[in-house]
Design a protein around this ligand. Structure first.
Ligand SMILES: *[C@@H]1O[C@H](CO)[C@@H](O)[C@H](O)[C@H]1NC(C)=O
Ligand SMILES: [Cu+2]
Length: 126
C-alpha cells in the first residue's frame, strides 16, 4: 500500500476518534458540592466556566426546600417568580442549554432570590 494512502487512513481514523470528543457536552453541577442553595454567589461559581450549547446544568437541592425556574432577564433582575406550573422541583433538575446567549435561573421559594441572591445568569456560546 502506498505511503500516502496509509497516511490518509490514519488521518481518517484519528479524525473519527478525536472529533467527537472535542464537541462532547459538559455537565455542570451548579454550586458543585454545595448545590443549589442560599448563601452562595453563583456569579462567582459561573465566572470561570465556558458554557456552550449542548451542555447541561444540574441543580441539586433537597426536594421542597428550593426549586428552579428558567426565567427571562427582567424576571432574573427583579426576582419575579413565574407560575408554579413552570417550576422544576425534583431536587435533581437537569437543564440542557439549547440556545446561545444569556440564560437565567432563579429559585422561586420564599424570598430566596430577592433576599439571598439564589439566582444564576450565564452566557451560552454557540
Ligand atoms: C418575564 O417573565 C416574567 C415572569 O414569568 C413575566 O411576568 C414577564 O412578562 C416576562 N417578560 C417578558 C419580556 O417576556
Ligand atoms: Cu431556594
Amino acid at each position: 500500500m502506498a505511503i500516502v494512502s496509509r497516511i490518509f487512513i490514519i488521518l481518517a481514523i484519528l479524525n473519527a476518534v478525536l472529533l467527537p470528543t472535542s464537541t462532547i457536552a459538559t455537565e455542570y453541577v451548579v454550586g458543585d458540592d454545595s448545590g443549589w442553595t442560599i448563601g452562595l454567589n453563583y456569579q462567582t461559581w459561573a465566572s470561570n466556566k465556558d458554557f456552550k450549547v449542548g451542555d447541561k446544568l444540574v441543580f441539586n437541592y433537597p426536594k421542597g426546600i428550593h426549586n428552579v425556574f428558567i426565567v427571562n432577564g427582567s424576571s432574573y433582575a427583579n426576582c419575579i417568580i413565574p407560575p408554579p406550573s413552570k417550576a422544576h422541583t425534583s431536587g435533581h433538575d437537569i437543564v440542557s442549554l439549547m440556545s446561545p446567549g444569556e440564560s437565567w435561573f432563579i429559585c422561586g421559594v420564599g424570598n430566596h432570590c430577592a433576599l439571598y441572591n439564589q439566582k444564576l445568569a450565564i452566557n451560552v456560546k454557540a
